[in-house]
Design a protein around this ligand. Structure first.
Ligand code: PRT
Ligand code: ZN
Length: 304
């Protein structure tokens, strides 16, 4: 696809993140782990990258897809729920969205669920025919209703959606759920998930302008490195050749182990990047399978 023109020859990558809210701290922490740092403007709306040409714009999450769409920002960190809702909105009006998900980021997990009053005996979407659904995600909800072949009234609320059935405003709700505590407190139960969501790195559909593409590639490589070693440990050990297969069977969550012979003999020195928790119990099992000199090390950075 042809590159998107850099507005007015801008050569610093601009990333929109949430100013205040659930995703603002983890988004900054992720970019910080990529080695980036900033100076904040006095109004705290703009952060100037002081060790790389990467600036941050601090905004409301709902504005992020539009900022990418217009080219005012190049990338953004936003919930998939917001991105897909705004893409569905554009779909309804026949206007293509010029933004898409580039990477899932593994935090801010939640789901967009349909929830009905506890006393309902849920038998399926057909039960929603001619009912009223309160939601902050009308385009996604309408798209799902169309798929189900059900006609229902979609009532748009910007907050306190879960209370709508108790107030008699709606029959059911379609809202974000993480622990489920808010639904329970409002005597509602989730019956169907419309979308699994988490924070994502969003960017344009088209390629970035060459002035910015190199910096974006550098950032993506670092994000991939950070994601790959998140909750990972490097496991180092030695094992006789004959035990290696048994030992590796106990490491299903490890990336292919590298190994080399010690003194050209039967003993192999091995290392494997493990993505699961390496407990004492696992170490003991590995030892019983033939591994020796087991060492678990934290991984600080990784560049593939
Ligand atoms: O001010 P701004 O517009 O930027 O922020 P906001 O108020 O629109 O968003 P914010 O900060 O509340 O959420 C930002 C993003 O966090 C969302 O778009 C989701 O991608 C993600 N996220 C993850 C959640 C939740 N979990 C979540 N539980 N967003 C909202 N909730 C709310 C939900 O709407 C419901 O009211 O929490 C309540 C349910 O939580 P549980 O734990 O009781 O199920
Ligand atoms: Zn918002």
């Amino acid at each position: 696809m042809s590159p998107k023109p850099a507005p007015a020859g801008r050569d610093r990558l601009r990333i929109a993140i949430q100013k205040n809210g659930r995703l603002s701290e983890p988004a900054r922490a992720l970019l910080g782990s990529c080695g980036l740092s900033w100076r904040e403007s006095p109004d705290k709306l703009f952060c100037y990258g002081d060790n790389a040409p990467v600036d941050l714009l601090l905004v409301r999450d709902d504005d992020i897809p539009g900022l990418i769409d217009s080219g005012l920002c190049d990338l953004g960190i936003v919930g998939r729920n917001v991105l897909v809702e705004q893409a569905s909105e554009r779909d309804e009006t026949g206007k293509p969205a010029n933004f898409r998900e580039w990477r899932a980021l593994g935090f801010g997990g939640c789901r967009l669920s349909l929830a009905v009053p506890n006393e309902w005996d849920w038998r399926g979407p057909a039960q929603l025919q001619d009912r009223r659904i309160a939601t902050s995600y009308p385009a996604l909800t309408r798209a799902w209703l169309r798929e189900q072949g059900v006609q229902a009234e979609v009532l748009v609320l910007s907050g306190s959606v879960e209370i709508a059935p108790r107030l008699g405003q709606a029959d059911v709700v379609c809202d974000l759920v993480s622990s489920g505590a808010t639904l329970s407190a409002n005597q509602l139960k989730p019956v169907c998930d419309l979308l699994q969501s988490e924070a994502v790195l969003a960017g344009p559909v088209a390629d970035l302008d060459p002035l910015l593409a190199g910096t974006a590639q550098m950032l993506l490589r670092r994000i991939d490195g950070v994601m790959r070693i998140r909750d990972s440990k490097l496991l180092m050990f030695q094992a006789p050749r004959g035990s290696v297969a048994d030992v590796l069977r106990l490491l299903p969550d490890a990336e292919p182990a590298t190994s080399y012979a010690v003194d050209g003999g039967d003993l192999l020195a091995m290392q494997a990047l493990c993505h699961g928790v390496v407990t004492w119990q696992r170490l003991e099992e590995l030892k019983r399978a033939g591994a020796r000199g087991l060492m678990v090390l934290p991984v600080e950075r990784m560049l593939a």
